[in-house]
Design a protein around this ligand. Structure first.
Ligand code: PBG
Length: 354
């Protein structure tokens, strides 16, 4: 009835070490054996929850394109931070949505701006929660680009070198407010060196930099830009974020440069469409802490399919997180961090939207 069940006579001509001597399924019959030979274990301590904080009043505003995610008031942010701590998450990464945006992104350079106040609130309420700040200008500028505008020839784009000094100032403000890790996401050349220099000069030699080293341009950030109200008002980000069709070695060069400039943790982003890049970075730079950003578009696709009943959300999410770790990421920034932490620690049975 089950032809491969009985370990029958060795097929004529088969080599030692092959079927039926070798049966890969022997590692799969017993759940305990399967568990024993796993190399990927999901653990909330390796996940970072992104949180959006606004300064437009006391409301917790749902983000339409990211069901289950919110623009949080500072009070709600503290609630989320407390939960993140209780669930044993690796940390949170904060994105600020200021009430006023202007051409130079002033709120990002104000010690009483939305993000500095948010960091102070979290550090007062939950001092032990690892608090990472995303360091960029696109959430603060009215044009939605990631730094000070300038020209490359006749093309309006971000002025790389003029932005570096601003990033250094922003980083020092975040560190002063209490940020534990600074995560520059703007893909400016030389940004890690500029930020390292500024932090060191201000006495923050101990604050690590998690660089968005290989960040690709594309539609996967669409829902985030709704969430952070940060879509570029003209053009796109292709003159600073990477081209998906570029050789993967370009990502390795980006990582190499960031490490030379002093990055402590490097990142590949998005995750799912770039598992090959994650693997190549892992192999080329063993021992370097590697993060992957499981971005908003990846989140929203699964949430939409799960809501429609087309896919089993929790099972899919587990497989996604597993695949990103298996590709080589030590750390995953994921909108599912809290929820998946509840499942892996058995707090609920794996429903979405708890
Ligand atoms: C800021 C930033 C972005 C994301 C993280 N930091 C947006 C962008 O580059 O347009 C995207 C995160 C996500 O899509 O989940 N530059």
């Amino acid at each position: 009835m089950f032809p491969d069940n009985g370990g029958g006579p060795r097929a004529e001509g088969s080599l030692p070490g092959q079927f039926p001597t070798v049966r890969m399924r022997r590692l799969r019959y017993h759940p305990g054996v399967r568990r024993l030979v796993q190399t990927v274990r999901l653990h909330p301590g390796r996940w970072i929850q992104p949180l959006f904080v606004h300064d437009k009043g006391a409301e917790k505003k749902p983000i339409a394109s990211m069901p289950g995610q919110f623009q949080l008031s500072p009070d709600h942010l503290v609630e989320e931070a407390e939960q993140a701590m209780e669930l044993g998450l690796g940390g949170v990464i904060l994105f600020g949505i200021p009430s006023r945006k202007d051409e130079s992104g002033c709120d990002a350079l104000d010690e009483n701006g939305v993000i500095c106040r948010a960091v102070r609130r979290i550090k007062q309420a939950v001092p032990d929660l690892l608090t990472v700040t995303d360091l960029c200008f696109c959430e603060y500028t009215d044009h939605g680009h990631c730094g000070r505008l300038g020209y490359a020839g006749t093309q309006p784009t971000v002025d790389n070198d003029a932005t570096l000094d601003l990033l250094g100032r922003q980083a020092v403000l975040h560190a002063r407010a209490g940020a534990d890790v600074i995560a520059p996401s703007g893909m400016m050349d030389g940004m890690v060196a500029a930020i390292r220099g500024a932090l060191d000069a201000a006495g923050f030699i101990h604050v690590p930099i998690m660089s968005y080293s290989a960040k690709y341009a594309g539609p996967f950030y669409g829902p985030f830009r709704d969430a952070a109200e940060s879509a570029p008002q003209f053009g796109d980000r292709r003159s600073y974020q990477m081209d998906p069709a570029a050789a993967a070695e370009q990502a390795l060069r980006e990582v190499e440069l960031d490490l030379a400039e002093g990055a402590d943790i490097v990142m590949v982003k998005p995750a799912l469409a770039y598992l090959d890049v994650i693997r190549q970075v892992r192999d080329r730079f063993p021992g370097v802490p590697l993060a992957a950003y499981n971005v908003s578009g990846e989140y929203s696709m699964v949430m939409a399919a799960a809501a429609a009943g087309w896919i089993d959300g929790p099972a899919t999410i587990r497989e996604i997180l597993t695949s990103i770790h298996r590709a080589g990421a030590d750390i995953i920034i994921t909108y599912w961090a809290k929820e998946a932490a509840r499942w892996v620690s058995g707090i609920d049975g794996g429903r979405l939207g708890s």
